[in-house]
Design a protein around this ligand. Structure first.
Ligand code: ZN
Length: 294
């Protein structure tokens, strides 16, 4: 499943293509993905210009000039590819060629005003596309109650300490709670805790003082979360499966995880000498080094 850095990588790949461009025509090849596509989907998009492409948690938000937002989620296997009208992937007009084979899992194609085609394929069809008025976005079922963006200033040491105060769950479970921090998934929670040298088993409340003030651990954790996401975005996203940049070229998806998936291997922290362990917390694998994560 694409995690936040992958989605941000996709956003950065699509942004220069979509923003300022208009939808000339939208091909919709099935009525639904995970949910039914919006009524008159193609018709409502046709002629609309994309004014901005934002991200909220793992959702892409294409803000349209009529006040609606095209909300997109990649689900488990969703991916975009771009046929530039003048690029190597497709020559001008090729996308409209009658003989072109339609890939089995390509479900939506956005044909843009400049001849570019943005193709959405999704083998398992857990992806989501919806059209929501911008004003109704925050109260929409998908976004209501979502926590802070981990890379925004909203995730500060003071804020996190106030939220962790008195919490009797593990810090791993607290960080996976989407109502607290939005878009942080299992892999990056493991990586952030490793980077911060904090045990995933530690009680969340113990990272703050009794009155909800930050401690040194709260500080290193916030730094760890931001640093691990930034470095993954810099590496072009990472994933456990084949992953491509939206512009069609292969991404450097072999982003090296420092702890995730390294069960039984030596800890990479200088001078630690510990061995990475895998345990199961809340039904999800946790990888950590019991020697240096306290
Ligand atoms: Zn270690």
């Amino acid at each position: 499943m694409p995690e936040l850095p992958e989605v941000e990588t996709v956003r950065r790949g699509l942004e220069p293509v979509l923003v300022g461009n208009a939808f000339a025509r939208v091909e919709q090849r099935r009525p639904d993905l995970r949910f039914p596509l919006p009524k008159r989907f193609g018709e409502r998009l046709q002629g609309r210009t994309v004014e901005a492409l934002d991200r909220r948690a793992k959702y892409l938000l294409a803000r349209l000039d009529d006040g609606e937002v095209l909300v997109m989620h990649l689900g488990m296997t969703g991916r975009f590819s771009i046929d530039h009208a003048n690029g190597a992937v497709a020559s001008p007009g090729q996308f409209a060629h009658e003989q072109r084979k339609v890939p089995k899992h390509e479900h939506v194609v956005f044909h843009l005003g400049d001849g570019t085609a943005v193709r959405y394929s999704d083998t398992r069809r857990f992806g989501i596309m919806d059209l929501v008025p911008a004003k109704a976005l925050e109260s929409h079922a998908l976004f209501k109650g979502l926590g802070v963006e981990p890379l925004d200033d909203g995730l500060s040491t003071e804020w996190l300490a106030s939220k962790l105060k008195g919490k009797a769950t593990s810090i791993k479970a607290a960080l996976l709670d989407q109502r607290l921090i939005a878009g942080l998934g299992n892999i990056y929670v493991c990586e952030a805790l490793y980077r911060a040298g904090i045990s995933p088993l530690k009680l969340a409340g113990s990272l703050a003082t009794k009155s909800g003030m930050p401690t040194k651990k709260t500080e290193t954790l916030v730094e760890g979360i931001k640093a691990v996401l930034m470095s993954a975005i810099k590496a072009g996203g990472s994933s456990l499966r084949d992953y491509r940049h939206t512009d069609g070229r292969l991404g450097r998806f072999q982003h090296r995880f420092k702890v995730y998936g390294r069960e039984g291997k030596p800890c990479q922290r200088k001078g630690c000498g510990g061995t990475v362990r895998r345990i199961v917390q809340g039904g999800r694998s946790t990888f950590y080094c019991p020697t240096c994560q306290r």
